[in-house]
Design a protein around this ligand. Structure first.
Ligand code: NAD
Length: 487
């Protein structure tokens, strides 16, 4: 049977995880499995009182464990043990993740989960290497910049890569000496609860990593507006990011990191290796059925090779085989919910009604659960909803250009600036355009992350504020204090 499993018999932890304990709670939000549409669980909603309990537990744990001021190598040691346990329990974690999300059990162990363990190790190693500075001042004074943890970080994650996104938040926050109260998405919360159980089993003092389940309105607002949450670290849609800014402005002032939506352009020049470009772009929009913030969504191809490139894309996007996330052999993911599948359909239909041609796909797949066919749209103008809206599904748009200026004008999105791709063999052009593109990431002759976790990720424009991953993410979990001493 390998990694495949029976979704009706898989045990998974339902409840909040506070102070090292699973706390059972009433099911309030109906949950359906994306792979077959079956109702299988209910997500509790943590009230403001429950969030308060999690925050007070984190505060007490910080004090009792002295986590923020303990010998930094001790934090490194505990986080390495946590990463070891994630690897040891990877199959269980993968099955819980695959049960409710769109992630495929066959991709999780060597993919998301292995990478999460690696990233926790990456951040663990900053704990005893990044420190405070003595700075140049005149000879009558002594100046220092002290680097300190914030205290309690309030983290909120989306449904599309639940374990990975939790890892991006807790790795740097804990390594930097903070406690975390994390609210996962109400659509995919259980793998995060299991992750918190593993952290405690690995030796993380209970209370330093608490998980509260719930929606944005009740639990999310209580968390981001809590006066003892020193900083908010959010990943999700731009709409929710702006609601969080509003709530923070209303309830006080605090720093925040926001990793938000995207609508990433890929510019393909005639001098590129077209087969490799088609592999990279189709691969990105097929991966997790396009439900990735950085998904390749807008192809902008030089007119002289457009026909050839379109054929190459269509070939790669045809004949996907949908299947349940719990079957190890499945390669094409469902859409997270019926509502989201219908939203994808309505944007595609509106584009077609507005004059766009659909070259492939353009419809749900006739299969149990919520599947949508890989879709390629062309003949679009810059105001089409298919160009402007983040669709968050397996939909690619294709536009053509004659000149570099036209390509750059098409690539420029009015609001998003998360990632981008350049496919060309011209080095000068690469360097010139990589500077010019308004996006937090530029991938050249590839369209995917590597396992070089030192590269930060985050958005330009309304795709976000601040960075995850890299040294930047560690430093974003530390506050600085200036000390000036008269000698
Ligand atoms: P979402 O914004 O609907 O929800 C994300 C999380 O925010 C959930 O936990 C949700 O409960 C919570 N939330 C919603 N409203 C809130 C509020 N007012 N206050 C506090 N919390 C609130 O996003 P989603 O549908 O779960 O995920 C998809 C989105 O996430 C896409 O826009 C995608 O681009 C983005 N995303 C971005 C990155 C990145 O690194 N930039 C990574 C993954 C996903």
């Amino acid at each position: 049977m390998g990694l495949s499993f029976d979704p009706d018999t898989l045990p998974f932890p339902v409840g909040h995880f506070i102070n090292g304990r699973l706390i059972a709670a009433k099911a309030e939000i109906d949950m359906h499995r994306p792979s077959d549409g079956k109702a299988y669980a209910g997500c509790p909603i943590a009230s403001a009182e429950r969030v308060e309990e999690a925050v007070q537990s984190a505060k007490a744990a910080l004090k009792a464990s002295n986590w923020g001021r303990v010998r930094p190598r001790e934090r490194t040691r505990v986080l390495h043990a946590f990463a070891d346990l994630i690897e040891a329990e990877a199959e269980t974690l993968a099955r819980i993740e695959a049960l409710s999300s769109t992630r495929l059990v066959g991709q999780l162990v060597a993919g998301d989960i292995a990478v999460t363990a690696e990233q926790i190790r990456f951040f663990a190693e900053f704990a005893d290497k990044e420190g405070s500075d003595v700075v140049p001042t005149d000879d009558k004074t002594f100046g220092m910049i002290l680097s300190e943890p914030y205290g309690i970080i309030g983290a909120i994650t989306p449904w599309n890569f639940p374990v990975s996104m939790a890892g991006w938040k807790i790795g740097p926050a804990l390594a930097a000496g903070n406690a975390v109260v994390l609210k996962p998405s109400e659509m995919t919360p259980f793998s995060t609860v299991y992750l918190a159980e593993l952290a405690v089993r690995a030796g993380l003092p209970a209370g330093l990593f608490n998980v509260v389940l719930g929606d944005g309105v009740t639990t999310g607002n209580a968390l981001t507006g809590h006066p003892q949450i020193a900083k908010v670290s959010f990943t999700g849609s731009t709409r929710a990011g702006s609601a969080i800014m509003e709530n923070i402005a209303r309830t006080g002032v605090k720093p925040m990191t926001l990793e938000l939506g995207g609508k990433s352009p890929q510019i393909v020049f005639a001098d590129a290796d077209l087969d490799k470009a088609a592999d990279a772009i189709a691969g990105s929009v097929l991966f997790n059925a396009g439900q990735a913030c950085v998904a390749a969504t807008r192809v902008i191809v030089e007119a002289s090779v457009a026909e050839r490139f379109t054929e190459a894309l269509v070939k790669r996007m045809a004949n996907v085989r949908p299947g349940p996330t719990w079957d190890e052999a499945t390669q094409y993911s469902p859409i997270i919910s019926e509502r989201q599948r219908d939203r994808i359909g309505s944007i595609v239909d509106a584009a077609v009604a507005g004059g766009s041609r659909c070259l492939i796909g353009g419809r749900p797949i006739d299969h149990p659960g919520y599947f949508y066919a890989p879709t390629l749209l062309t003949d679009l103008d810059q105001t089409s909803p298919a160009i402007v809206e983040e669709i968050f599904g397996p939909v690619l748009t294709l536009q053509t250009f004659e000149t570099e200026e036209q390509a750059m004008a098409l690539a420029d999105h009015p609001t998003y600036g998360l990632a981008s791709g350049l496919f060309t063999s011209d080095l000068s052009r690469t360097l010139r355009l990589a500077r010019e593109i308004q996006a937090g990431t530029v991938w050249v002759n590839r369209y995917s992350r590597s396992r070089d976790h030192i590269l930060p990720t985050g958005g330009y424009k309304r795709s976000g504020i601040g960075k995850d991953l890299g040294r930047a993410a560690y430093l974003a979990n530390r506050e600085t204090k200036s000390v000036l001493i008269s000698l």
